[in-house]
Design a binder for this molecule. Structure first.
Ligand code: GLN
Length: 303
């Protein structure tokens, strides 16, 4: 009888996933195999010749078959990596995308320009990846994260705990800013970040099977043109953002001009930038609120 070693399995799964046109077949094979064996990915290579037992093979086989049908591997193994942090994921929340790391990077850079406790609000937090990555990388950040899905927030709560951030990341269930209203007397926010649903109706129909058939529709689709949530955010932003605060939004690959216009129309922001990700797609809008005080003369920059 053929003995299946880790090495042989990796080769076989990679080939099977490649044949079934699954993205990143080698990485997916490593994730599935390390998951069933309870090993780190690197340990697969240090234990290449280890023979895998029958019951583990059976479990693996079921998962590989599902992956071959384009069920996302992150859901199959229940976790993914974001900003070098392990995040639990489940079908109730969107799988964190690498592009979203740019938003986190800009958030941390903004916070580093400021002194003292920073109030950060993360709307549509999902599994909590943005809130957690910010809090983990900026000790002064106190984050309130909201989501309309209590199921997504249950995943976020486990991630907050896993990273020991219960003191600095608070999760509230409700639509966008709604759960923040009771806090409003005490707090306005230094930084508001959001990776909302932003897929248009036409784009939604054309999404890859692994996204469309498995990820939550409510986390992706945002009305006919994909801009619904941005409209609702900018409508309320004045009340929630400090006079010198910043708004950071993740956007779809071609939404730069439309979202810039929506933000511009508020007339609240002194600078608005649209950045592309490393695939050359529009990805992050940064809007800085005006800091010039109305009652004091402009600072003399020459001295
Ligand atoms: N970028 C994601 C995708 O294309 C969409 C994420 C979102 O709507 N926030 O699948």
């Amino acid at each position: 009888m053929m003995q299946w070693t880790i090495q042989k399995l990796l080769a076989w799964i990679t080939e099977y996933l490649t044949k079934n046109k699954v993205d990143a077949p080698r990485l997916s094979a490593e994730m599935l195999l390390s998951h069933v064996l309870g090993l780190k990915r690197i340990e697969l290579y240090t234990q290449f010749d280890q023979i895998v037992e029958k019951d583990t093979l059976d479990r693996l086989h079921g998962l590989v078959k599902r992956a071959g049908l384009h069920e996302p591997v992150a859901y199959l193994v229940g976790r993914t990596e974001f900003y070098s942090l392990e995040m639990e994921v489940a079908a109730d929340c969107l799988i964190p995308r690498p592009e979203t790391e740019l938003l986190v990077q800009r958030a941390i850079e903004f916070l580093r320009t400021r002194e003292g406790k920073q109030h950060v609000c993360d709307l549509c937090t999902g599994c909590g990846c943005i809130a957690i990555a910010i809090a983990k990388n900026h000790a002064n950040a106190h984050v309130v994260a909201t989501d309309i899905s209590d199921k997504a927030l249950a995943v976020a709560a486990r991630n907050v705990e896993k990273h020991g951030l219960q003191e600095r990341v608070e999760l509230l269930c409700g639509d966008l800013f709604d759960p923040l209203v009771p806090h409003l007397d005490a707090t306005q926010w230094d930084l508001i970040v959001c990776n909302p649903p932003y897929v248009s109706a036409a784009e939604y129909e054309a999404l890859d099977k692994n996204v469309k058939d498995y990820e939550p529709k409510a986390a992706l689709l945002a009305g006919e043109d994909g801009l619904d949530i941005y409209r609702r955010i900018v409508e309320k932003i004045d009340r929630f953002l400090k006079p010198d605060g910043a708004l950071l939004l993740e956007i779809g690959y071609a939404q730069g001009p439309a979202v810039r216009e929506l933000v511009e129309r508020t007339a609240l922001f002194s600078t608005i930038t649209v950045e592309k990700d490393n695939q050359n797609n529009d990805r992050v809008v940064t809007a800085r609120r005006t800091t010039v005080s109305q009652d004091s003369p402009p600072a003399d920059r020459s001295v």
